[in-house]
Design a protein around this ligand. Structure first.
Ligand SMILES: [Zn+2]
Length: 543
């Protein structure tokens, strides 16, 4: 009898497998689960080479899987200088100086979050402040509101801004009244003069950003993500993007399994490479073709059937006319792609369901698993139709926490009832996958699970948004495991702790079923990918 490479004993395994919902121990061979059961049963697989680890009662979930996020953009944001808490221009200088020391020569230093009303110096920062600490790197730091950016001389030089530069439409290059020299403050659209001239990132820089983001994902207990990195202003080519992720795996670093969404504009490249949804392997795989059909609730650009409650003329802003949406969906569907579309408003979802239905009529595909990402404002009939068409939902549970306070003001009572209506989706039998949309909200999947169970609104203590849509802890975990695995056609290898599946585990400090109101406070103790420890918390507490 062959023996296991590893045995993990004394775990509180929550398996998501109905045949055996709980277990004590697993045996792993070649990164795959070879057996699961009691401690006693697993001892049968111990051979001379087997490593045995005791998990002393820690709770173990199938590796958590984020069904929609932007890993590269997140990595980029992590490299920024965060200035939200600073109280002086001196502090701003210190933070920029620190970044300049680690940055490669000429690398652009970006930052955000400063607020001069909090500064001891009681004035705006200027180019000369930044020149003192970063004479060789272009620096651009945006104010907390995003409407003002301070840049240094190197950045002005790069942008070609000098005393002769005229103000662009809708913006101002602020100048010293005496000398007429730009003082480094760019208002509104004037910042584009700089951002348009920023040197493109190298593949090496992109890889470093992605590695930073991967480390964060693993630290948060994720073993798989579906990421949306391939588009014009991010990573343009599929080959480059796949190459980066493949090389991270080859380097042997603890890595993350990724499904790469491909923006519509890259469909031709995908065809020329002969790739479609599902191609690749358990490490790096091609995901869905991504389309965007509307905007957001907060900006009232989500496309709604009836005008916004607090903006009576406005029904949002569709990205595609119906004909163009139909064409794009058809192109993806016809070629064999899963199509995933960003939709917030009910009218935007109607338009997408129409497009899916038309494509299916022209060329029926029994298991296309097209998806609606966000799918925020729905009604009963729409959910029935979604289920009939075999379309899935990619939901972002933390949106409740972020927007719950404002939904009624924006949409009125009736529509608020069916906003973020996740229990209703499950009850209708719609496949539901869980994601963060990070960096829009936190990457932390336990906060996502917490939101599914509690539906609390972060800015209003005690407020619960539409409590009838709360899920059980088990349902919530299922969404982030089996639900996400189904969304990437990987339910045979991921999503539950079962014999034959990948040995991906998220090991927690506590059992979420025992403390449903405190799930967000649970710590990730270890993240195991393919049987290997990809993250381990220092000072593991003993229970
Ligand atoms: Zn997104």
């Amino acid at each position: 009898m062959k023996s296991a490479d590893q045995i993990f004993l004394n775990g509180n395994f929550i398996t998501m497998d109905e045949k055996m919902p709980e277990a004590e121990a697993v045996a792993v061979k070649d990164g795959i689960i070879m057996a699961i059961g009691t401690n006693e049963q697993m001892r049968n697989w111990i051979g001379p080479e087997t490593k045995v680890e005791d998990w002393s009662g820690l709770t173990v979930l199938p590796g958590l899987h984020d069904s929609h996020m932007h890993l590269f953009v997140y990595g980029q944001a992590l490299t920024w200088v965060i200035l939200n808490d600073i109280k002086s221009i001196d502090e701003m200088k210190e933070k920029v100086a620190e970044k300049a020391r680690e940055a490669m020569p000429g690398q652009v230093i970006m930052g955000r979050g400063w607020d001069q009303t909090m500064f001891r110096e009681d004035r705006f920062p200027n180019r000369y402040d930044l020149d003192e600490v970063a004479p060789d790197h272009p620096v651009a730091l945006s104010r907390i509101c995003g409407h003002v950016t301070v840049v240094n001389s190197k950045a002005l030089e790069l942008a070609g801004i000098d005393r002769n530069t005229k103000n662009p439409i809708g913006g101002e290059v602020q100048k010293d009244p005496g000398t007429n020299e730009p003082n480094g403050l760019l208002l509104e659209t004037a910042k584009l003069l700089f951002t348009e001239k920023m040197p493109p990132l190298t593949t090496k820089q992109r890889k470093e950003m992605i590695q930073t983001a991967i480390a964060k994902a693993l630290e948060n207990g994720l073993t798989s993500v579906t990421t949306d990195d391939i588009r014009g202003n991010l990573i343009q080519s599929i080959e480059e993007c796949m190459g980066i992720y493949r090389s991270i795996w080859r380097d042997g670093d603890p890595a993350l399994r990724v499904n790469l969404m491909v923006y519509q504009s890259a469909l031709e490249e995908l065809k020329s490479l002969g790739l479609k949804t599902g191609d690749g392997d358990a490490q790096v795989r091609i995901g869905a073709m991504k389309l965007v059909q509307d905007g957001s609730l907060g900006a009232r650009t989500g496309v709604v059937r009836d005008p916004y409650e607090n903006d009576h003329e406005n029904k949002g802003l569709p990205v595609h006319a119906q004909k163009s949406l139909d064409d794009w969906v058809w192109k993806g569907h016809e070629y064999g792609m899963q199509v995933g579309i960003h939709v917030i408003g009910d009218a935007a979802s109607d338009a997408c369901l129409d497009a899916f239905e038309r494509a299916q009529k022209k060329k029926p595909r029994s298991d296309a698993r097209h998806r609606l990402i966000h799918f925020s404002i729905v009604d009963e009939e729409m959910l029935d139709r979604t289920q009939r068409l075999g379309v899935g939902a990619d939901i972002q549970p933390l949106f409740v926490s972020l927007n719950g306070k404002r939904v009624e003001e924006f949409l009125g009572k009736d529509r608020a009832r069916m906003t973020y209506a996740w229990k209703s989706m499950l009850d209708k039998g719609i496949p539901v996958a869980g994601g963060s949309d990070c960096p829009v909200v936190s990457i932390d999947p336990l906060r996502g699970i917490h939101s599914l169970v509690n539906r609390d609104v972060s800015s209003v203590p005690g407020m619960v948004f539409q409590p009838q849509e709360k899920l059980s802890v088990n349902e919530a975990i299922r969404i982030y495991t089996m639900g996400s695995a189904y969304s990437t056609f990987e339910e045979d290898i991921k999503g539950s702790i079962e014999e034959g599946k990948l040995a991906d585990f998220t090991v927690l400090s506590a059992d979420p079923r025992r403390i449903p109101e405190k799930i967000k406070d649970i710590d990730v103790i270890m993240t195991i990918v393919g049987g290997k420890t990809a993250y381990k918390k220092k000072d593991v507490p003993r229970q």
